[in-house]
Design a protein around this ligand. Structure first.
Ligand SMILES: [Zn+2]
Ligand SMILES: [Zn+2]
Length: 319
């Protein structure tokens, strides 16, 4: 009777309608009907669980009945999604997933050795847009397990550009178990470095080319530019959220000096300094460099600066 009640509570999810195996997953006993050959082909561990040593199972399969395999310690949501991907059942893969479910999928896929088989599906799950910092750090952990260098870089870049709080506040047991605590130090270091570079670029904008003669033309524009930095909250002490500061710098208008300058015999050459163009290259270069390189992260090479390597490939190979 108890078994009958279980089956009523958890109907079989037909990932492979004619599959020869039913995985009974997690404490909730979610039943996933799958084709054992598909799972054996991609996972050594699943190959062992479903393999020829499991004689009883083979006997039942021989009789045309699906075999039930109990996996009570696995995460049901994660294994359902992994099996759906491996069986190319796109309709069974949720369009929107909580980041913690994505991390559970990554942990389970890593355990069963099917990370490579999920590479393309994980591209959609690891997109950082419109996610808060507490979600992004979970996605960063998932990206590490999926060995996706580009996603890890994009996610850590979003964390550095758009978050102004303490990174250690984002720590959780699940994240630390994958990334360790070093990642929080690296994020703090790179954000601090990015703030310093941004301040250097903005203050360096004062040197935008103008008249080199002592007519005051350069000074009146430089003064107006510095006042603009202040009114747009771009003084080096006000660069808490780096991405917002870069946006403000891009939107800052051209300075209009209030003072007049002296007569200049080269006045016919005077033109307003192009401060925004002058700093734009530095801002774009800085933005392109932000983000932690997963390859360097694993090899302990990454420091407070940026990755100087041209690794040239998107996924980490097994080393
Ligand atoms: Zn001049
Ligand atoms: Zn690198």
């Amino acid at each position: 009777m108890a078994e009958t009640r279980d089956k009523i509570r958890c109907p079989v999810v037909n990932i492979a309608a004619a599959g020869d195996t039913v995985l009974v997953v997690g404490p909730e006993k979610l039943r996933l009907r799958v084709q054992s050959l598909v799972l054996k082909a991609v996972s050594k561990l699943l190959g062992t669980i479903l393999g020829p040593d499991w004689k009883e199972g083979d006997d039942i399969r021989g009789a045309g009945l699906p075999v039930e395999i109990l996996l009570p310690e696995e995460n049901a949501t994660a294994l359902r999604c992994i099996c759906a991907v491996l069986h190319h059942q796109v309709k069974l893969i949720p369009q929107i997933m909580a980041v913690n479910d994505i991390l559970r999928i990554a942990v389970t896929a890593n355990k069963f050795g099917v990370i490579d088989a999920l590479a393309f599906a994980s591209e959609f799950w690891l997109c950082p847009p419109n996610k808060g910092a507490s979600d992004l750090i979970v996605l960063a952990a998932a990206a590490t397990l999926f060995k996706n260098i580009q996603a890890f870089r994009d996610i850590t870049k979003a964390l550095i550009l758009n978050y102004g709080g303490f990174y250690l506040d984002l720590s959780s047991e699940d994240v630390v178990s994958v990334l360790g605590e070093r990642v929080f130090c690296l994020l703090e270091e790179q954000r601090g470095f990015a703030r310093l570079k941004l301040g250097e670029i903005l203050i360096g904008g004062i040197n935008a080319p103008a008249c080199v003669h002592r007519c005051g033309w350069t000074s009146k524009y430089a003064f107006a530019y510095m006042k603009l930095l202040e009114t747009h909250n771009l003084w080096p002490t006000a660069l808490s959220v780096v991405g917002e500061a870069i946006e403000r710098a891009h939107r800052m208008p051209h300075p209009v000096p209030e003072e007049s300058s002296a007569e200049c015999r080269f006045g016919y050459k005077h033109c307003a300094p192009e401060y925004r163009d002058f700093i734009r290259y530095g801002l774009d270069d800085l933005t392109s460099r932000i983000g932690i390189c997963l390859h360097c992260f694993h090899s302990n090479r990454v420091g407070p600066g940026f990755c100087q390597m041209a690794h040239g490939y998107q996924y980490l190979s097994d080393q």
